[in-house]
Design a protein around this ligand. Structure first.
Ligand code: ADP
Ligand code: MG
Length: 544
């Protein structure tokens, strides 16, 4: 009963081995699906193997305790590693994580307790097939749950666009650290189970070939799907049995598979399938955009309230260019502050500084009473303090639905998120298209989705960077109506726009930027009719 995998006959060892490696593949999935290109899993697996072996053989710890203990140790090492490589990304992160596995490999060859190059023998083989299948099942259920929860949305957002995710209040450093820990836990479990299945540890197995094999599994299956590890394992571990003579070339073929899949179908088998499925589903779904935004019920003009955001002496330089050169600004609740100025005058930089994408070299002030000095350069903290923004170039999760994109904007503590999302979509006139992937919508509607996402946080301050650029007049009207609704709700809005006529009509106050300085500020009429502003722009045609 305990060895029910024996029903696979002569293949039972191979099946056990494959299941253990599926567990490690899931550990790869955990990081890759969040867009974290780190592959320390082979080293973490070795830590699990040796940890459990040393605990049980040398220290007399019962196997039932040694296995989870070793898994936890590997998880803890994963967390430490995350802290160590916290500043690395992309290729540097990948290299550092491979180096980590190499360090572990060399270390176990030289530490007395591990048996050096001889490896470790005489390990209790108490681990049954039930343990292995149980671990894989548990991991799968947990990861599927994680994927379907809000955390899954957070992880997708980090993969698609880390900066955008930070602006939704997500602490990416913390999420990354936790995922490294989870990846370590899974790798360590796999390593420990393997040691107690085989009864010995061969130190040579934790090498680059193993990593290549695991990568081939997740890449061919689809690295953003939990099921990818299973599909990939079926292909990679199944091929040697179906094709004679294949085993000799396996490493070569694995490498080739990785290159080909990444180049031609980066989503892997499941990616291709899910895209086909989505296309089938779409052909019988309605796809038209909703009506323009209407203000919510009970919105009355509120007038301008107390200061929501004030900043002073904000300076940002880019290698000698003073993009912001001591800017001062104040916005009250229920006020729309328009920011105009020629290209390169610092408008986007101002939005980026106020939202934390850039760290100013100086600047004081507060948002909703929280000093900016504590928040500069930390988008997730500024978002939590009440600042929401849209981007000059739209940043949405294109393959996710409108509803999912907007749901991401809600802070984690919001109860009944799906209902709250639906209400907001109704209010914004987007409910008809809530199931449509954001990437398939026309430009103007995508903008509306971005604004809806920004409003989901129930922010104090809304920063909009050219929200109507490239829109048709009707779409433009829709955005201005949405901004007006936000104003009536008591939000402070900073609006960067080029359409001067619209800004004159619409804004409560205008600020003109020029070479990173405030050239003029005041009521729209005063500003736009001032001689200074006219001299500076009308002559150049910029304010036509
Ligand atoms: P605007 O949005 O008003 O068109 P920006 O804020 O984008 O202007 O740019 C202000 C100035 O800062 C420009 O001179 C621009 O070239 C420079 N700048 C903006 N972002 C960067 C960056 N990331 N790196 C270097 N220079 C930048
Ligand atoms: Mg700009």
């Amino acid at each position: 009963m305990d060895d029910f995998l024996s029903l696979f006959g002569v293949y039972d060892f191979a099946v056990r081995d494959a299941l253990v490696l599926v567990l490690v593949s899931l550990a790869l999935y955990v990081l890759l699906s969040a867009g974290i290109f780190a592959v320390p899993q082979v080293g973490l697996m070795a830590i699990g193997s040796y940890g459990s072996a040393i605990l049980s053989v040398d220290m007399g710890v019962p196997v039932a305790l040694a296995v989870p203990a070793a898994a936890v140790i590997a998880g803890a090492v994963g967390v430490l590693l995350a802290a160590l490589v916290a500043r690395l990304n992309g290729i540097y992160l990948a290299i550092a994580s491979i180096a980590f596995s190499e360090v572990v490999r060399v270390a176990v060859l030289n530490v007395p307790l591990t048996g050096g190059s001889q490896g470790k023998v005489g390990i209790s083989r108490e681990v049954t097939d039930l343990w292995i299948c149980g671990a894989v099942l548990l991991a799968t259920v947990a990861l599927v749950w994680l994927r379907r929860s809000r955390h899954g949305l957070v992880i997708s957002a980090m993969r698609v666009d880390t900066l955008m995710a930070q602006h939704q209040g997500i602490n990416v450093v913390r999420v990354r650290t936790l995922l490294f820990g989870l990846s370590g836990l899974l790798s360590g479990t796999a390593g420990a189970l393997q040691a107690h299945t085989a009864g010995f540890i061969d130190p040579g197995q934790f090498n680059f070939d193993l990593l290549t094999k695991l990568l081939a599994v997740v890449v061919i299956g689809g690295m953003t799907f939990v099921g990818g590890s299973f599909v990939g394992a079926l292909v990679i571990f199944g091929l040697p049995f179906t094709l004679e003579g294949f085993a000799e070339y396996q490493v070569l073929v694995n490498g080739l598979i990785i290159v080909l899949v990444v180049a031609f179908a980066p989503g892997g088998i499941l990616g291709v399938l899910s895209r086909l499925l989505a296309r089938l589903r779409r052909s019988d779904a309605p796809g038209e955009a909703g009506s323009p935004v209407v203000p919510g019920p009970g919105d009355a003009p509120a007038g301008i309230g107390p200061v929501a955001l004030d900043a002073d002496d904000v300076r940002v330089t880019f290698g000698g260019v003073h993009a912001l050169d001591g800017v001062r600004l104040t916005v009250g609740q229920g006020e729309v502050l328009g920011v105009i100025g020629p290209n390169g005058s610092g408008k986007t930089t101002l939005i980026n500084a106020l939202s934390g994408a850039y760290t100013p070299s100086s600047g004081t002030g507060a948002v909703d009473g929280v000093p900016l000095a504590l928040l500069w350069g930390r988008p997730h903290l500024l978002a939590r303090a009440g600042i929401a923004r849209t981007f000059q170039t739209i940043r949405l999760m294109d393959d996710k639905s409108v509803a999912a994109n907007v749901a991401l904007g809600f802070p984690p503590q919001v109860p009944r998120r799906s209902e709250a999302t639906r209400e907001l979509l109704v209010r914004m006139g987007l409910d008809q298209i809530s199931g449509v992937p954001a990437g398939e919508l026309p430009y103007g509607v995508r903008r509306q989705v971005e604004i809806a996402r920004a409003l989901a946080r129930n922010p104090r301050v809304l920063l909009l960077d050219e929200p109507t650029a490239g829109m048709s007049p009707t779409e433009r009207e829709g955005v201005f109506t949405a901004v007006d609704a936000a104003r009536r709700h008591g939000l402070a809005v900073v609006l960067v726009e080029h359409d001067v006529a619209m800004m004159r009509r619409f804004c409560d106050r205008l600020m003109v930027l020029d070479f990173g300085r405030v050239l003029a500020e005041g009521s729209p009429d005063d500003v736009l009719d001032s001689k200074e502003v006219i001299d500076a722009y009308i002559g150049s045609g910029a304010l036509a």
